[in-house]
Design a binder for this molecule. Structure first.
Ligand code: ADP
Ligand code: MG
Length: 687
């Protein structure tokens, strides 16, 4: 049609007919801005309705397609909730009737009329010949049979306000443009791996002729995306190796003094991780390592050992944390770990909350080479901090910073400093390779001894009162509590609003006598609120998922997580890591609005499993890769995420990418790949 003729791959989706401004905003939330993005947004699954069947052959709980004539249709409001209902009856060719109900679609009465011949598809409910479909897909049928409703109906990844049907309609319009897509996969790679050309894969990915074709299409799209990512990592590695770092030789006596001053024994996992980092730092090529370990696993001590090693080589270090409170906590830990054992090793703090003269003093201590370690926040990159000889840059909670911010931190040295990133998000190995392919990964998969496990309980809605009582009892004992608000994907404004409402409700109805705090991403005084909690001035802190920072509040012993079913297990586990940091017994209460058996089973895993990596693996098994990382945190499509569930694929991708890179190091002879890689490197979501 003319739509395809007037649009190109780079046209914004809002130029498509029937895409209003609200739709465009919704699509943007899915990462879909251009027609190209839309084409690459493949459905994640299919509803199988099968061949049209007669009403007499329907079965309760099964998907089906039925073709018939509308015997009646009318709009209503439900008595109880004022819902807009559209009710209809469909008569099939043998005269049997099927009841239809649609919610929230009052406009249907203008589109469908008595006597129309339509096809409907959906889940069947009922028995003894009396059947009903709720919110079925519907389509008018003339002559041959339904065009859009077929055996296989695509299911797209959605946000509120969009439907698979809507997206399917837009896809239909732009599908002819698939032939204009450049193929990032070199032809020889495609041949070797038996992969479809891109245009064919996109067509089959959206409108497959068979399930087998759909699988082939997805394999090809996933392969290409992972290939692109690995190629981007390869380019990053080459670029980094070209800027040498100062090698930091390993010295046993440094480690001996470090251990002597610690006051505890390092765990095996900590020793292994530190050793891996020491080996990297001894090279001319800069270290680029991710330290992945559960909350409380002792990442800071590993980083401190690296700082000590750098110091012994006459080099300075910098540590950047996402918030001021965290930076202050780091300051104390690094001082405790280092200052006694290494006389002359001074640790300073730089955050924007300090007075101007104090900041000036720290800046000059860094610039003169006088202080060995500066710990700070974004202030480190925002203010013109310079170092005499920076040898090591460390970033904590690295997912909270963009690539650019990390790059800025690394540019503080004369050459390139060695780089250590820390994260508490437990990720399975394949995923780490796919997401952080330019980094080496150390895993701390062991907890220091002597921790009391957090008592975790799933609380069904009728027992909510019990959760409040537990919080109250803890507070009465002088302890503190967190209340985590449910995840809302819509917008940060909405998250803030719902957290504020919950804060007010709790303050009025549940804990009117307790001192409460509220913190969410939109709040300017975040640090002050957190600070009041750290100091024990507030007793109950209501927080959104946005502020899941690694703050240490040993006196906090209870946590309630509302809408727990909306979070991944690994994320819940991370929240839980906020309590149980002191000697007292701690509690984590998971509240769910959807107490279905599957939800309860999934959540109950948290009551039994305490290892974040195992929980991440369980999440992967139950919900798949895509869900594991939360929506679009990772800059990878769910097609690629899902493909990672077969680890062989990634190793094939890596081999192919390395092969191409060997023959053509800058991808000059592969312009489509180069362009795609450049697009990716520009996005901050990478790595
Ligand atoms: P995270 O990995 O979450 O950053 P931290 O480095 O903050 O963890 O360590 C959490 C707590 O455990 C700190 O109080 C730290 O001093 C302590 N710790 C770290 N390593 C050990 C160990 N090997 N034995 C005992 N305690 C340890
Ligand atoms: Mg930490």
């Amino acid at each position: 049609m003319s739509v395809a003729a007037s649009l190109g791959l780079t046209s914004p989706v809002r130029d498509l007919p029937k895409v209003g401004p609200a739709d465009a905003t919704r699509l943007a939330k899915l990462g879909i801005v251009t027609v190209r993005d839309l084409l690459l947004h493949l459905p994640f699954g299919w509803d199988e309705y099968g061949e049209p069947s007669a009403v007499a052959n329907l079965a309760d709980g099964k998907q089906a397609t039925v073709i018939g004539t509308l015997a009646s249709i009318s709009a209503k409001r439900s008595m109880r909730k004022g819902l807009a209902l559209t009710e209809a009856t469909l008569r099939d060719d043998s005269g049997d009737v099927l009841r239809l109900v649609w919610f929230h679609q009052p406009y249907l009465v203008n589109q469908l009329h008595k006597g129309d011949r339509i096809a409907v598809a959906g889940m069947v409910k009922g028995r003894f010949g009396v059947f009903e479909m709720r919110n079925p897909l519907q389509e008018k049928v003339d002559g041959a049979g339904p065009k859009r409703i077929r055996d296989l109906m695509p299911r797209y990844h959605l946000v509120n306000g969009l439907s698979s049907k809507k997206i399917g309609g837009w896809i239909e319009l732009v599908l002819p443009l698939a032939r204009e897509l450049d193929d990032v996969l070199p032809a020889d790679v495609r041949d070797r791996q038996h992969l479809l050309p891109v245009a064919e894969a996109v067509r089959q990915g959206h409108r497959p002729d068979s399930e087998a074709n759909w699988r082939d299409a997805r394999r090809r799209m996933a392969f290409a995306e992972l290939f692109e990512l690995q190629a981007a990592f390869a380019l990053m590695r080459v670029g980094m190796a070209a800027e040498p770092a100062e090698p930091i030789p390993y010295r046993q006596e440094v480690i001996d003094s470090f251990k002597a001053g610690l006051g505890f024994e390092l765990t095996t996992a900590q020793r292994r991780s530190a050793w891996q980092a020491f080996q990297d730092m001894a090279q001319v090529a800069p270290m680029n390592r991710l330290l992945n370990g559960d909350v409380g696993s002792g990442k800071t001590a590993v980083a401190a050992a690296c700082v000590a090693m750098a110091h012994s080589a006459g080099l300075q270090s910098v540590v950047m944390a996402p918030t001021e409170i965290l930076a202050r906590q780091h300051l104390h830990k690094f001082r405790a770990y280092l200052e006694d054992s290494f006389p002359g090793l001074t640790v300073e703090l730089l955050v924007s909350g300090q007075s101007a003269p104090e900041r000036r003093r720290v800046r000059s201590a860094a610039a003169s080479g006088h202080c060995a370690l500066v710990v700070g926040t974004h202030a480190l990159i925002e203010e013109a901090v310079e170092f005499a000889n920076l040898g090591l840059a460390v970033v904590d909670e690295q997912h909270r910073f963009g690539t650019r911010q990390r790059e800025l931190l690394r540019s503080k040295g004369t050459g390139r400093p060695h780089f250590l990133a820390m994260t508490a998000t437990p990720i399975p190995r394949t995923l780490a390779l796919a997401l952080y392919g330019e980094m080496a990964v150390s895993v701390i998969d062991e907890m220091p001894p002597g921790r009391t496990p957090v008592e975790t309980e799933v609380v069904a809605p009728p027992e909510r009162q019990h959760a409040y009582e537990l919080v109250r009892a803890q507070v009465a004992m002088g302890r503190q509590a967190f209340v985590i608000c449910p995840l809302i994907e819509e917008s940060e404004a909405l998250v803030a609003r719902s957290a504020t409402a919950e804060f007010e409700r709790l303050g009025k109805e549940v804990f009117p006598d307790l001192r409460m705090g509220l913190v969410h991403g939109r709040l300017r005084a975040k640090d002050e609120v957190m600070d009041a909690f750290v100091k024990g001035e507030t007793q109950v802190l209501v927080a959104t998922a946005v502020v899941e920072v690694g703050v240490d509040v040993p006196n906090a012993t209870a946590m309630m997580i509302e809408g727990a079913e909306r979070f991944g297990l690994a994320q819940l586990h991370q929240f839980r890591g906020r309590v149980g940091r002191g000697p007292g017994r701690s509690y984590c209460l998971l509240l769910s609005d959807d107490p279905s058996v599957t939800t309860l089973e999934r959540l109950s895993l948290l009551t039994r499993i305490r290892d974040g990596f195992r929980l991440a693996e369980e999440d992967l098994r139950i919900r798949g890769m895509g869900e594991l990382m939360g929506p679009r945190q990772h800059g990878m499509s769910d097609v690629a995420m899902q493909a990672l569930e077969q680890p062989e694929l990634l190793s094939e991708v890596r081999q192919e990418a390395e092969r191409v890179l060997r023959d053509d190091p800058g991808f000059e002879r592969h312009p489509a790949l180069r362009a795609a890689v450049d697009r990716r490197l520009e996005q901050t979501s990478i790595s």
